[in-house]
Ligand binder design. Structure first.
Ligand SMILES: Cc1cc2nc3c(=O)[nH]c(=O)nc-3n(C[C@H](O)[C@H](O)[C@H](O)COP(=O)(O)O)c2cc1C
Length: 232
C-alpha cells in the first residue's frame, strides 16, 4: 500500500512539473511576442470552407487560439455567417454590393493581416473562398480603387485535407491570385495531410509535429506583420 501511495505522489509531482514548465514556456513566449508589439497589428482568421466539420475551419481556429495566447489582437470569422451569391456583374450593376460583402470589406479593411486556411478543390481554390475574395475586391464607394482592402495586407496561408498532400496544391493558384492584388504573402505555410485524424472532437490539433509547425507559422505571422505595420 505504501509503495502505491509513493508512486501516486511521484506521478502527481511529475505531472505538476510538466504543467508548470508548459505555463512558464507560454508566459515567456507571450512576453517575448508582446515586447515586439509596439503597434499591435490586428489579425483576422478565416477558412475557405463553411462546412460544420471543416478541417480548414479547425486549422484557422487553432491558429487563432495560438495567436491569442501570444497576446495578439485577433478576430475569427466563419464564412457561413457571410453567405454571398455567385459573383454576377449584372447583379452588381443593378443592386450594388450585397450587404454581407460590404460587411466583409469593412472587416478586411479593419485588419492588418489575414490567416487563410484554404481547402483544395481539384488542385485549386474552393469556390466559396474565390467568390468571397472576388466580392471583397470590388469597389462600392466613389473613386475607390479596386482591391483597396488588399493593398499591403499580409496573408499567411494554410491548408488541410484528408489526402496525403494536405491540400498544398490548392495554395499555388491562391498565392498567385493574392500576389496579383497587392497582398504580401508569408513564405512559411502549413499543409496538414490526413487531416481527418489530426484534430480531436473539440477541433483541437492533436498532432504534435503539426501543432509545432502551426505555432512557428503563427509566430512568423505576428512578427512579420508587426514589423510591416511599424514600417508603413
Ligand atoms: C469538389 C471537390 C474537390 C476536391 N478536390 C480535392 C483535391 O484536389 N485535393 C484534396 O486533397 N482534396 C480534395 N477534396 C477533398 C477535400 O480536401 C475535403 O472534402 C476537405 O474536407 C475539404 O475541406 P473542409 O474539411 O475544410 O471542408 C475535394 C473535395 C471536393 C468536394
Amino acid at each position: 500500500m505504501k509503495t502505491i501511495n509513493l508512486m501516486f505522489l511521484l506521478l502527481v509531482i511529475t505531472f505538476s512539473n510538466i504543467t508548470l514548465a508548459a505555463e512558464k514556456l507560454k508566459t515567456n513566449n507571450t512576453k517575448n511576442m508582446a515586447s515586439h508589439m509596439h503597434n499591435k497589428p490586428k489579425l483576422l482568421f478565416l477558412a475557405g470552407s463553411a462546412r460544420k466539420d471543416s478541417v480548414n475551419k479547425m486549422l484557422a481556429h487553432n491558429a487563432f487560439e495560438i495567436a491569442k495566447a501570444a497576446g495578439a489582437d485577433v478576430t475569427f470569422i466563419n464564412l457561413k455567417d457571410y453567405p454571398l451569391p455567385i459573383y454576377d456583374g449584372d447583379l452588381e450593376s443593378k443592386q450594388g454590393l450585397p450587404k454581407k460583402a460590404i460587411a466583409l470589406k469593412k472587416i478586411f479593411a479593419d485588419h492588418d493581416a489575414i490567416f487563410i486556411a484554404s481547402p483544395e478543390y481539384n488542385s485549386s481554390i474552393s469556390p466559396l473562398l474565390k467568390n468571397t475574395l472576388d466580392w471583397v475586391s470590388r469597389s462600392n464607394e466613389e473613386n475607390e480603387p479596386a482591391n483597396r482592402v488588399y493593398n499591403n495586407k499580409v496573408v499567411a496561408l494554410g491548408s488541410a485535407s484528408p489526402g496525403g498532400l494536405g491540400g498544398g496544391r490548392g495554395l499555388v493558384p491562391l498565392q498567385m491570385m493574392l500576389s496579383n492584388i497587392g497582398v504580401i504573402i508569408l513564405p512559411k505555410k502549413i499543409s496538414i495531410s490526413k487531416a481527418y485524424d489530426k484534430f480531436n472532437k473539440e477541433g483541437l490539433l492533436i498532432n504534435v509535429e503539426n501543432y509545432q509547425e502551426l505555432t512557428a507559422v503563427v509566430m512568423d505571422f505576428i512578427r512579420i506583420t508587426t514589423a510591416i505595420k511599424n514600417s508603413l
